[in-house]
Structure formats: structure tokens, C-alpha cells
Design a protein around this ligand. Structure first.
Ligand SMILES: Cc1ncc(COP(=O)(O)O)c(C=O)c1O
Length: 390
């Protein structure tokens, strides 16, 4: 059980702010924030390279905590500046012959579709798996698409613009049966629900720091399964990712860190490591249970407000709750709630949801995203504000 008083005491902003934009960027817990500040102070007082040497254990903590959260080896983790940087680094390192096919889903993140479109120029095609009648990803269509000779399965675990948790485990089994590598975009799921890369069976996984992991902006991670990694050369390498042997030869660094560059935010890595440690200590099973329960509570509370329509589709829902009100546009709702110190966000076609929203004839939706430190009372307060608006 999570000690709500303690996690709220570690999140000072909640004293006078209701933060329901955890799918955008969450609030850092005090221990993680303090570890970053301490690190920056040390850089300021003794120098950046000297601080890195003195605090090598803090840097190593990030890899250990990521491995603990995802159930993998620390050597399978790279520190990246964002989910997208991690995803692009891996995606454009995968060799694909003309005529290869990528299988993805209608719920995938907008930036991925940009990359798929770029690779069309190399003759690589994309098959987009639809939702079924329940709003879940149609696994039978996915199975057929993979069996038809695909080069890659790329799937977002939880999309940016809706509360559904896609069945990553089932997708993993389909990819394994078809012998197809599988990149899971776990940007919204890491830190929100338990994510076990071995149980899912994904070949690679990407996540960002600032969202449900409660890490700093400008941080993220890449996981690559070790046997797959051995065959993989990053499309772009510096002399951190590879060791330069002479003017013409280099040797790849062992492990996923070959995807990193020499220069990264050291304080960011310390902060993300501490944030993941905080979540691991709370226990991801308890975190996931509370977030899903608060999400369900939020859906119920909002559905009871006259004029609110809950727009999430799918059977397995999480802490992201999307909704619409006939009389008020989503950005008006966001502004109105912000005036009352309640943060929500707006999901839009250009914010990552284009393919799914176009198929549903939607331009934008209001999105609330609850975390374990939120409370039922905060949700009731938001519902009351919306009821007042009418
Ligand atoms: C599902 C999903 N994937 C990927 C991303 C991209 O993450 P980042 O902005 O950290 O690159 C987002 C960001 O909102 C997202 O929601």
C-alpha cells in the first residue's frame, strides 16, 4: 500500500495545485529533485568532469534502477534524452531491404509515422493494424500481418491520446512466434504500470523520464535485449558508443550504451535514476494498482457530470482519461481548469494521435492523467468545477 501522505509530502506542489497532467510531464518527487540539485551544485563547485568521477556511483544507479524496474540487465539499458531519441536511434539502425514491411498500430505515436513515411523512400512499407470492436488493438489482424513476413513490429503500449493499455504481452507472443523483432514504446506505461520486458518478450523498449516516471525533462531510456544487441550497430556512433582503434577501425562498446553519446545531462541521469529508484521502492505493482483505480474513479466522477462524455475506448484502461463536453472545446476546458489551479492537457491530431483521431473523426480531446499521489478528493474537485461550468 502506498503511503499517500508521505508521497504527497514529497510532492510539495500538490499543496496548492491539482496536477492531472502526468501523461504530459509529472511532478518530480523531492528526493529525485534534490539528488539532481546536489549533483548540479557539485558540478558548479568542483567542475563537471570532476563531479562525474566523484559521483560515478550515482550515474551507475540509473542503469541499476532501470534494470530493476524492467526486469533486465543493466548492460541492456542506455540513457537517452527522450523516448523519441531512443526510438529513432534504434529504428534507423535496423537494416531494412526494399520491400520490407513494418507492422504498427493505429494507436502509435505520431512521430513514429513520420519515421515510417521516411523509410517509404527506401521502399519499406507500413501495415497499420486497426482497433477491434472493443477499441483494443485487433490481435488477429496483427497476427496475420506478422505471419505475412514482417521485418518489425512497432507498437505503443499506452497511446498518448486515450486510456487504453494495449496488450503488449500478446503482441510479444505474436512477434516471437513470427520471429519478428518488436520495439515497444513504453513512454506512457513506464512508471504507470508494471512493465517486464522478459514477460512481454519485446526486443527493445523506449521510455521518457518526465512523464509517469517522474524524472526530469530531457531524459529517457532505451532497452535492447542482449542477444539482439550483439547484431546491432547504431546508425550514428561517436567515440563513446565505439572505441576508435586507429584512423580506419573502431570497436563497438559492449551493451546498449553504444547508443549513447559522450555528452549527456549527467544531472538528468542522476535525477532519472533517483526517480526510478523512488518508484521501485514504492513498488510498481502497488503504483499500477493505484493509478488504474484512480483512473476508473476519475472516469466515473466525470461521467456523472452533465454534458461530459468519456471518450476512452478499450477494455483495459489506465490513469489516462479522455473526455469531451459538447458546449466547451478541450482547450477552453484546459484554460478554465488552469484558472482554478487544476492542470489537465489536450490531446490533438498534431500532438501524436493523428492516425487514431482521424479514423474517429476527432480533432482534439480533453485529457486528464492521474498519478498515485493524486487523490479522490482532487478528482471530485475537478468534477465539481466542470459541473459548475455547465
Ligand atoms: C505514447 C508516446 N510515445 C512517445 C512519445 C514521445 O516522447 P518524447 O517526447 O519523450 O520523445 C510520447 C509523448 O507524449 C507518447 O505519449
Amino acid at each position: 500500500m502506498i503511503d499517500i501522505d508521505r508521497v504527497r509530502a514529497d510532492t510539495p506542489a500538490v499543496r496548492d495545485l491539482v496536477h492531472f497532467n502526468n501523461a504530459g510531464a509529472s511532478l518530480m518527487a523531492k528526493p529525485a529533485f534534490d539528488s539532481m540539485l546536489d549533483y548540479l551544485r557539485l558540478e558548479q563547485s568542483i567542475g563537471g568532469y570532476e563531479a562525474a568521477r566523484e559521483r560515478a556511483a550515482d550515474t551507475a544507479r540509473f542503469y541499476a534502477e532501470a534494470a530493476r524496474m524492467l526486469n533486465c540487465e543493466a548492460s541492456e539499458i542506455a540513457f537517452m534524452e527522450s523516448d523519441t531519441r531512443a526510438w529513432l536511434g534504434l529504428f534507423f539502425s535496423l537494416p531494412m531491404a526494399p520491400g520490407s514491411r513494418i507492422v504498427t498500430t493505429r494507436l502509435d505515436y505520431g512521430s513514429h509515422f513520420v519515421s515510417f513515411a521516411q523509410r517509404r523512400r527506401e521502399g519499406v512499407e507500413t501495415v497499420v493494424v486497426d482497433r477491434d470492436e472493443n477499441g483494443d488493438i485487433d490481435l488477429e489482424s496483427m497476427r496475420r500481418a506478422l505471419a505475412d513476413g514482417a521485418a518489425l513490429l512497432a507498437m505503443s503500449h499506452i497511446p498518448t491520446g486515450g486510456g487504453v493499455v494495449c496488450d503488449a504481452g500478446a503482441a510479444g507472443r505474436l512477434a516471437r512466434d513470427a520471429g519478428v523483432p518488436f520495439i515497444l514504446d513504453a513512454c506512457q506505461s513506464c512508471g504507470q504500470v508494471p512493465v517486464d520486458v522478459r514477460a512481454i518478450g519485446c526486443t527493445a523498449l523506449t521510455a521518457t523520464g518526465r512523464k509517469y516516471l517522474r524524472g526530469p525533462r530531457g531524459s529517457g531510456l532505451l532497452y535492447v535485449e542482449s542477444s539482439f544487441l550483439e547484431k546491432l550497430e547504431p546508425a550514428q556512433l561517436d567515440q563513446h558508443g565505439a572505441e576508435l582503434l586507429d584512423a580506419e577501425h573502431f570497436r563497438l562498446q559492449p551493451g546498449a550504451r553504444r547508443f549513447e553519446n559522450f555528452e549527456v545531462s549527467y544531472a538528468g541521469r542522476v535525477g532519472l535514476g533517483a526517480a526510478m529508484g523512488y518508484a521501485n521502492d514504492l513498488g510498481m505493482a502497488d503504483v499500477g494498482e493505484r493509478v488504474v483505480a484512480l483512473g476508473a474513479y476519475c472516469r466515473e466522477a466525470l461521467a456523472a457530470v452533465p454534458g461530459v462524455e468519456i471518450t476512452d475506448q478499450g477494455r483495459n484502461l489506465c490513469g489516462i482519461v479522455t473526455f469531451a463536453m459538447k458546449k466547451h472545446a478541450p482547450d477552453e476546458l484546459q484554460r478554465y481548469l488552469a484558472e482554478h489551479r487544476v492542470n489537465i492537457s489536450v490531446s490533438t491530431t498534431d500532438g501524436g494521435s493523428l492516425v487514431d483521431f482521424r479514423a474517429r473523426g476527432i480533432d482534439s480531446l480533453a485529457r486528464t492523467s492521474v498519478h498515485y499521489f493524486n487523490t479522490e478528493a482532487e478528482i471530485d474537485h475537478m468534477a465539481a468545477l466542470l459541473a459548475e461550468l455547465g
